[in-house]
Design a binder for this molecule. Structure first.
Ligand code: UD1
Length: 414
């Protein structure tokens, strides 16, 4: 859908605004299906995934209007969505499952798609809904979940972000008490819970691995501004660290970014809290060891962008990817630029310090695209990033424009 031309860039400097978190806004949008009243969401990011989610909500019966960057969504009545293409294109489409079953007693749809970074099954979502009394029938790629939900004790085998979100949404209107143990506690889940509480939900343990939800008869409308995007902020922090820049990430929440910030700091980058956000200064110098984990561990979404930085650090950096089984697709492309990275299973070893040279590379998924853009900032010559799948626009609201505003040489071609 777009190509990007990237040239060796000087030190990035200046200030840049961090937009709303994609991964917070998508479940919050899905949660609006829980009520027939109007919900108002401010500071909506301009992302393809957000547009697709709005379209999906329409298919579910919701009406919406945009007033600048505010979305007003109202799902007076809800129904099953019917558009396989859309459902397959976006993993987050599975998030309408919990709200639709809770409100309507039924949801039938096809298996969700999304980035090709792993199998990404939804067994934990379905198992949890079954615990809540739903009947789950699967036929080919079709799934049908029906039933009146009843509070239950749920233990998640793995703290899945999407499953936690789906189940907490479903539980808000299930009769009685639901406990979700080993829940994920990413900041975006906390944000969703705060939105649900604003809609009338009763949730205890917000921000922990144990959520308790007391079902209510009805949810109501709410007005909300979701949190800033820690992954966009982290990506720009990596770009700054790559170029020995000095960048102020306005609106960034450093408390959501501890794992990345401490890795960068170990490597020589300075970060400072600022009344306007977070300042990143200096250069990453020392190699790193990174293991992706559930929050508050190192986020898998930052693995690819940070790996680009480590290609320029003298010595061996090691990445262990424990969340997704196929999330090293950027490695082949980084190596095309001259990096020396070897993958063995879930382990990537980066022998850093080799200069990069411009080449044609391909974006295979969202964070891989960001990784290649960061690498391009340090290459000699021109790097052409082919993003035929429009991955970057799915999850970053004008990343290339923000980088350019900081002095980077990045140009987008339609
Ligand atoms: C969300 C984020 C994504 C991020 C990921 C991990 C959104 C829209 N996306 O994705 O950017 O990379 O969290 O932080 O918020 N799994 C199962 N069974 C399930 C569910 C998940 O086996 O039912 C596995 C997945 O295949 C994967 C791992 O658990 O290997 C993590 O998935 P999960 O936490 O659910 O991530 P998503 O919600 O898909």
């Amino acid at each position: 859908m777009a190509d990007y031309r990237i040239f060796h860039s000087p030190r990035l400097s200046g200030e840049v605004w961090i937009g709303t978190a994609k991964n917070a806004v998508l479940p919050i949008m899905a949660a609006t299906l829980l009520t027939g009243e109007e919900c108002v969401i401010h500071k909506m990011p301009a992302l393809t995934d957000v547009k697709n989610m709005l379209r999906l909500l329409q298919l579910c019966g919701a009406g919406d209007r945009m007033e600048k960057d505010t979305a007003v969504i109202c799902a007076r009545n809800v129904q099953n969505p019917e558009d396989e293409g859309l459902l397959r294109s976006m993993r987050a489409s599975v998030l309408v499952l919990g709200p639709l079953v809770a409100r309507n007693g039924e949801c039938a749809f096809s298996m969700p798609g999304g980035c090709a970074i792993g199998q990404r099954p939804i067994d934990l979502h379905l198992k949890g809904l079954q615990k809540l009394g739903a009947k789950v029938e699967t036929d080919g790629g079709q799934i049908r979940v029906t039933g009146k939900l009843q509070g239950a004790n749920i233990y998640l085998d793995f703290p899945s972000v999407g499953a936690t979100e789906n189940l907490v949404m479903a539980a808000t209107m299930a009769r009685g008490l639901t406990r979700i143990e080993n829940a994920a506690k990413e900041p975006e889940i906390t944000d969703l819970c705060h939105f649900l509480v604003a809609m009338g939900a009763r949730i205890a343990g917000i921000g922990t691995n144990n959520l308790t939800v007391e079902g209510v008869e009805e949810m109501h409308g709410a007005v909300y501004t979701p949190i800033p995007d820690r992954i966009e902020a982290g990506t720009l922090a990596c770009a700054a660290a790559m170029t020995e820049g000095s960048v102020l990430l306005q609106n960034a929440r450093s408390d959501h970014m501890r794992a990345l910030l401490f890795k960068l700091a170990e490597s020589g980058v300075i970060f400072q809290e600022d009344p306007k956000g977070l300042r990143i200064r200096g250069r990453a110098r020392r190699p790193m060891e990174v293991r992706t984990l559930s929050y508050p561990g190192f986020p898998t979404d930052m693995q690819a962008p940070l790996m680009a930085v480590t290609t320029q650090l003298n010595g061996l950096s090691v990445f262990v990817e424990t969340i997704f089984e196929n999330r090293f697709m950027h490695v082949v492309e980084l190596n095309r630029l001259g990096a020396n990275i070897r993958v063995e299973g879930q382990l990537a070893m980066v022998q850093g310090g080799k200069p990069l040279t411009g080449a044609q590379v391909t974006a295979t998924d969202l964070r891989a695209a960001a990784s290649l853009m960061i690498a391009g900032l340090a290459t000699q010559g021109e790097t052409v990033l082919h993003d035929g799948g429009g991955h970057l626009m799915r999850g970053y609201d004008g990343l290339e424009e923000k980088l350019r505003a900081l002095g980077a040489q990045v140009h987008k071609e339609a």
